[in-house]
Design a protein around this ligand. Structure first.
Ligand SMILES: [Zn+2]
Length: 81
């Protein structure tokens, strides 16, 4: 068995393939002692709708964080091989 090892420059970039387009989002309420969060959803708009409904039911709860999961990345050699 023979191995060839060489130095190489690699790049990492967002994966734009259709499979990678399905990121998952969660919104969480930042109001003190609330702790409520949306379901984990593919649609960012559905998460935003959850936040609006949550504020409608809890008028003092108006700040949220968004967590996005399953961001896909791909690596490649700089010289294209
Ligand atoms: Zn809340």
């Amino acid at each position: 068995m023979r191995s060839v090892i060489r130095r190489a420059m690699w790049l990492i970039a967002r994966d734009d393939s259709p499979v990678a387009a399905q990121e998952l989002h969660v919104f969480a309420c930042l109001a003190e002692e609330c702790g409520k969060q949306s379901e984990t959803l593919i649609s960012l708009e559905d998460c935003q709708d959850w936040a609006i409904r949550h504020s409608g039911l809890n008028p003092g709860h108006r700040a949220f964080t968004q967590t996005t999961m399953d961001k896909h990345w791909t690596t490649s050699l700089v010289d294209g091989s």
